[in-house]
Structures are given as structure tokens and as C-alpha cells.
Ligand binder design. Structure first.
Ligand code: BTN
Length: 264
């Protein structure tokens, strides 16, 4: 079955891996659509997939490049049965789920860069953006957005990310099809989120740590206030926060901002 046929079949069924599925050939951002739907009270479990996003959202207000045919862009609308401090682990747990789903398709180990980058062959091939809304009711609304580059853009990546961005097709051992990829990812995310709900973060944390690309490596951390700190990654703690020891020996807890490895 070809790529388009499988996704088309799922769309016709209106379901993927047991979840209601909504396909939007074009939208601004599946996260925005899912948040809107969730805020109006509905759609729990819904998966929203876009063929193309005109304003795909990335972390730290960045734009996620979402060209038609170049990638897989989807959001899951969740109302997890988790206390609020555990809800924050969903983005990390989803990283493990995505990495474990992609690994059998790739000839290189799928790594994670805190908090949400999917790295293959030292290239960022995907990202995860979880957005949380606790305004409405008892159960928080979490929109888990996943973007995966499947093919490099025909015109190349924008210069500011050209040295870091990559696509699954560059590392895969099989022909990729977005419908099957979507099914595999949603199934794995479900499995890992059930683990999180039933057994808590520690078991998943160990798997995250085994894929941590920064551990014990030199990196630069640009804080949310624009301060630049150079140091060595100490990995994540039991809360999923990253620690960096700077060049004067001071330990920093990374709550936000961006980290970049200095060497490969
Ligand atoms: C990042 O690495 O900065 C996170 C990128 C997340 C992109 C995905 S694409 C599907 C979903 N909808 C969005 O607007 N963003 C996420």
C-alpha cells in the first residue's frame, strides 16, 4: 500500500489506532485547532493531522516549517489522569515514545535532546510541543503536537537551521509512509502514556536518559533572558529538568531556553 493510500484509508475510517481522526489538508497549526476544540469541551482523544501548516508552532515561539508532503504534522488532544506536576512529563515521555517507534525504521539510534528534540545522526528530524490548558475544569487539557521531517524540503532548509536539520528519509531503512508512521506513533504514545499514568515517571526516565544526546557533553545554554552559559550537561534529574555545570563549576537547573551541543 502506498503512502497516500494508507493515510487516505485512515481518514475515510475517521480513526487511527483507536482514536478519532480529523484530517485538515491545510491549516495554520494543528495545536491551535486542537486547543480550540478542547476548550470548547470536546474532542478528548482526537488526533488532528495536517497536510500542511502555514503557522506551525515550535518551542520558544519559533515557527515549525511544515511544507506539504515534507513531513507529518499532528496533535493529540489529551485529558490525562495525572497530577499537574506529572503532566509536565508528558512532553518527555512522548519523546521516548516517538524515539522507540522510529528506531526500528532507522539505521541510526534515535536520540533525544532536552526537552523535546528528536535527533537522528546528529540532525533534528522532529520536535514535540505540548501545550497545557488548566483554565477550564478538573482535568487539564494537554495538546501534544508532533512534527516530523520525512523528506528534506526541495529548496533546502532555511539557512539558520541548515546545519542542524534533517529528515527521516535520510536515515531510514524502509520506505516511509505517513499513514503507517502515524499509526505507529499514536500507538506508542498511548502505550507510554499508560505507563506514565500507571507506574509513574521513573521507568520512562531511564529510557529517556539512555537516549540523552547531551549527557556529559559540552553545550551552550541560551536562557529565556538571552544569557549565554557554556558548560557540560549533567543530564536530567528525577523531575526531568536538565542540569548544566558551567565552566566555573556552578550547577544550573535548566527550566527553559535552548541548549545546543558545541561539538558532535
Ligand atoms: C519544536 O521542536 O520546537 C516543536 C515542534 C512541534 C511542531 C508540531 S507540528 C504539529 C503540531 N502543531 C504545531 O503547530 N506544532 C506541532
Amino acid at each position: 500500500m502506498t503512502t497516500k493510500k494508507r493515510l487516505q484509508q485512515l481518514c475515510e475510517q475517521g480513526r487511527v489506532a483507536g482514536h478519532p481522526l480529523r484530517y485538515l489538508p491545510e491549516t495554520d497549526s494543528t495545536n491551535r485547532v486542537a486547543l480550540e476544540q478542547g476548550r470548547s469541551g470536546g474532542g478528548t482523544g482526537m488526533v488532528i493531522v495536517a497536510g500542511h501548516q502555514s503557522a506551525g508552532r515550535g518551542r520558544l515561539g519559533k515557527k515549525w516549517l511544515s511544507s506539504a508532503g515534507g513531513g507529518l504534522y499532528f496533535s493529540m488532544l489529551l485529558r490525562p489522569l495525572l497530577p499537574l506536576d506529572e503532566v509536565a512529563k508528558i512532553t518527555l515521555a512522548a519523546g521516548v515514545a516517538v524515539a522507540e517507534a522510529l528506531e526500528p525504521l532507522c539505521r541510526e539510534r534515535v536520540m533525544l535532546k532536552w526537552p523535546n528534540d528528536i535527533i537522528i545522526g546528529h540532525r533534528k528530524c522532529g520536535g514535540i510541543l505540548a501545550e497545557l490548558d488548566i483554565s477550564s475544569i478538573d482535568t487539564p487539557l494537554v495538546v501534544l503536537g508532533i512534527g516530523l521531517n520525512i523528506q528534506a524540503p526541495a529548496a533546502g532548509y532555511p539557512p539558520e537551521i541548515a546545519d542542524r536539520a534533517g529528515a527521516l528519509a535520510d536515515f531510514s531503512t524502509v520506505s516511509l509512509e505517513d499513514g503507517s508512521l502515524l499509526e505507529g506513533l499514536v500507538t506508542n504514545i498511548d502505550r507510554v502514556l499508560v505507563e506514565l499514568e500507571q507506574h509513574g515517571w521513573p521507568a520512562i526516565r531511564t529510557r529517556w536518559q539512555q537516549r540523552d544526546i547531551t549527557l556529559a557533553r559540552r553545550l551552550t545554554w541560551v536562557t529565556a533572558r538571552g544569557e549565554v552559559i557554556h558548560g557540560v550537561s549533567q543530564g536530567i534529574d528525577e523531575q526531568g529538568l536538565l542540569f548544566i555545570k558551567d565552566d566555573s563549576g556552578v550547577l544550573h537547573e535548566v527550566l527553559s531556553g535552548d541548549v545546543q551541543l558545541l561539538t558532535r
